[in-house]
Structures are given as C-alpha cells and as structure tokens.
Ligand binder design. Structure first.
Ligand SMILES: [Mn+2]
Length: 437
C-alpha cells in the first residue's frame, strides 16, 4: 500500500515541471546576503568539443541551473546588491539573465532557444538581455564593486567562454575582493527540499529497476558491456536524461579497480560483478553499488567478505546522528572492518554528499543536518596478485553503496527497495530478465 502511494506521488511529481518560484526564491535568498557594493556573476558550462566539430552532450553548470532553471549554453546570471545598484545609477534590476538571443538560422541546426522574451516569460526574470550586453554592464559596475562573487576559480577556467576571461583579464580587479559563488550556494544545495528529495528518490528508484534487470540478466559468457547497456537502457526508457557519472561495471579482477569504466570483459563462472551506477533524473543523480555473483551463487569466501561489508554499512547507518561528519562515519567503518582483519583493504572514503553532483558540494568536515543526503559505501578490495592476502580472498572486490536522507526522525535509506541481502540477490538472479533479451 505504502509503495503504491509512493509510486503515485512519483508519477505525479514527474509530470509537474519544477516551478519558477523555486528558482527565484533561491535567488532572493542570495540577494538578501549580498551586502555592501557586491555583485555575483555566474556562468553556465560551455559546450566541450569531443572531436572535430562534434560537441559533448551539454549539461548546465549546477550552481547556475540551481539558481535559474536555464538549461541552454551561453547564459550568465548577474546579481547586484542594493548598495551597488544605487551607487552606479544603473537603469537595471538587481538580477539580469544574459542569454543567447533567438536566431532562426542557428536554431534550425541546434534547436530552439528561449531567447530574451522566453526567459522572462518562462523563467520568471524581470530582466534579460543578450550576452553581448554583458561586457558593457560589467564595465559599468566594476569601478564601484568592492566584492565580486564568481564561479571562475583561477587557474581552472575551463568551460568559461574566452570572451568572459578576456573581459576579466583586461580589467584591473586589484581593488575588488573576489569570492566564490559557492559561499552562498553550497550551504543551500547541501540541505535538500522535499521536492529535491523527490527527484533523488526517482533517480534512485529507476537505478534500482536497472540494477534488478542487471541481476536477472547476468550470467557467465555475457560481457560487462551487455550489463552496462541493459542498465542505461532502463534509465532512458524511464525518462532519465543520462547516467549521472560513467557506469562502473567490473567483473572478476576488475571488481578490485575502483573506477573501472572500460566495461568490456567477458564474465566467467565464479566471478563477482561490481556495479557502481546512478541514473540522473531532472539533474539529480543516484549513486548505488551492488556486487553480485556472476553464476547466481556467492562462493563461501565471497559470502564471508560480503557479509562484513554489509554489516559495516549497517553499523555506520545505525550510528548516524545530526552533527556528525563523513569523517566520523569513515572511522566507524574503518574500525569495524579492521576488527575483522580487512581494514587495510577498505581503501576509499565511506561516502559523500549527493545531489546535483554525484560528489555533491560540502566536504568531509561538513556536519550532517536534517535534509542532508549522502552515501554509505564500504568496500573490500583484494587484488588477485596480493600475495599477502589469503589465497581464497584474492581477486575479490566488493562494494555496497546506498543513499541516506537525514530526517527529523533520524536517517532513512532512500534506496531500501534495491535488493542487497545475499538471499535476496540470489533469489532475484534466478528470475529471467524482463525487458532485455
Ligand atoms: Mn559513490
């Protein structure tokens, strides 16, 4: 019953576009904090070239998208404090979205743009101008600015259009304190609203469907790429934009390589298959890992290590409290696995924040709050040529990763419906794949 209502909510939510008010409310929150003569300029990502004249799939900058809801290349958000606005006598609003204007000759190649009027009408901006006017606007502001917030963090300026870096290089900014837009957005993005949790839940549920399909499909003789294809087919079939990060599908010895993404090995009898994947839904990404036996049954040493990882994960979850950090959680996992003799094979951190970025904003020292979303992902990786390890454990790589939401009543697993107990996985692997083959 509970599941039916939840699926209904998910269905309805997926039909409603994110409201314009959500984005403008976020900008209002920042305007309240723009003190003195300060301004913020935030560039979206640009199209990165793949080869020749072919670009990679465009995805907006996360901070830019979080504040505008604008998903076209070439945009710039400018926000101006009250004091700065009155100091410059500018005929302008305190927020302007600069965008590429409509251009039918180009749009016939690259698709429709919102343009100036579309941005006002559909994204709720009072003020929008063509990107070409950005330089003049900035030039007028610069003599009066004392603090400038941007997402250009020198020396890494990749993705920022050359015209913009030229502008900033050609002006004397020595009297302007430069700060990061992240000073505002990171703490905002860290605490998820109910609506954001709904998008994350949807991304996680679809990832769960993909992983269940993968479990039913996996058998010796298939290749890792067959599993990868099945997983990503389900994402698109359910309306996800793309994977939130490259799918890691590592079998046998590849299960011990943390970020293995070649995904082209033939799976063999007796292998484990480690899948670390996440669908992206409305810009929010899931991040789930499951490790399954290729032949459908865990061997004794595989099952033994699997139980340690699973118990380590539950032990960490049980100790989660508001105010703790990822670093605290890491120590709990490390201690648990060390007591069982496998601490040195747990070679990465216990988890990370999750949201628009798979490794979302915030650090290992940020405290868990109500509304924090993060992963718990202990693992054991024993390479096949590690002669210091007991022979029967060599070549075993296991990671189990789930997503946690901190609520007022304590932590909850957002991915609790994705099978992870040994018995559950073995049961599901006896079933036939539903959608693929
Ligand atoms: Mn992860």
């Amino acid at each position: 019953m509970k599941i039916t209502i939840l699926s209904l909510i998910l269905l309805i939510s997926s039909l409603l576009p994110q409201s314009v008010e959500v984005f403008s409310q976020r900008r209002e929150t920042i305007l309240q904090q723009l003190h003195g003569r300060s301004a913020m300029i935030l560039f979206t990502a640009s199209i990165h070239m793949r080869n020749g004249d072919v670009g990679f799939d465009f995805r907006p900058d996360n901070d830019y998208w979080y504040l505008t809801g604008h998903d076209e290349p070439g945009g710039i958000l400018m926000m101006i404090s009250k004091d700065l606005l009155s100091a410059t006598n500018l005929d302008s609003n305190n927020e302007i979205l600069f965008v590429l204007p409509r251009n039918p000759k180009i749009e016939v190649w690259t698709g429709r743009r919102l343009g100036i009027e579309g941005v006002k009408r559909e994204l709720g901006f009072n003020s929008s101008e063509p990107v070409d006017s950005f330089e003049v606007r900035l030039k007028n502001l610069l003599p009066s600015i004392d603090t400038l917030y941007t997402n250009i963090t020198s020396p890494n300026r990749s993705g920022i259009p050359v015209i913009i870096t030229d502008i900033l290089d050609n002006y004397d900014l020595t009297n302007i304190e430069q700060k990061s837009v992240g000073d505002f957005t990171h703490s905002m993005r860290h605490v998820k609203t109910d609506e954001e949790v709904m998008f994350l839940q949807k991304a996680i549920d679809i990832t769960g469907e993909a992983l269940k399909e993968a479990m039913m499909l996996t058998k010796p003789g298939l290749k890792e790429n067959n599993i990868e294809a099945a997983i990503e087919f389900i994402y698109r079939d359910f309306g996800c934009e793309r994977p939130g990060f490259p799918s890691i599908i590592g079998s046998g010895p590849n299960s011990t390589i943390l970020h293995y993404i070649k995904n082209n090995r033939m799976m063999e009898e007796g292998d484990l298959l480690l899948m670390d994947v996440g669908a992206e839904y409305n810009m929010y990404t899931a991040d789930i890992s499951r490790t399954i036996p290729v032949n459908g049954r865990y061997s004794e040493p595989q099952a033994e290590l699997y139980s340690y990882v699973l118990e380590a994960q539950q032990t960490v979850f049980d100790s989660v409290r508001v105010g703790m950090t990822i670093k605290d959680l890491n120590m709990i996992a490390k201690e648990y696995l060390s007591e069982r003799g496998f601490g040195k094979y747990f070679i990465h951190g216990i988890g990370h924040w999750l949201g628009l970025d798979v490794h979302d904003v915030g650090g290992r020292q940020t405290a868990i709050k109500t509304g924090s979303v993060f992963t718990i992902e202990p693992g054991i990786y024993i390479s096949e040529d590690d002669t210091t390890a007991d022979e029967r454990y060599r070549g075993i790589g296991i990671r189990i990763e789930d997503v946690v939401l901190m609520t007022e009543d304590g932590p909850v697993w957002l991915s609790k419906r994705i099978p992870k107990k040994i018995k559950e996985i073995e049961r599901i692997m006896r079933r036939k794949a539903k959608r693929i083959r």
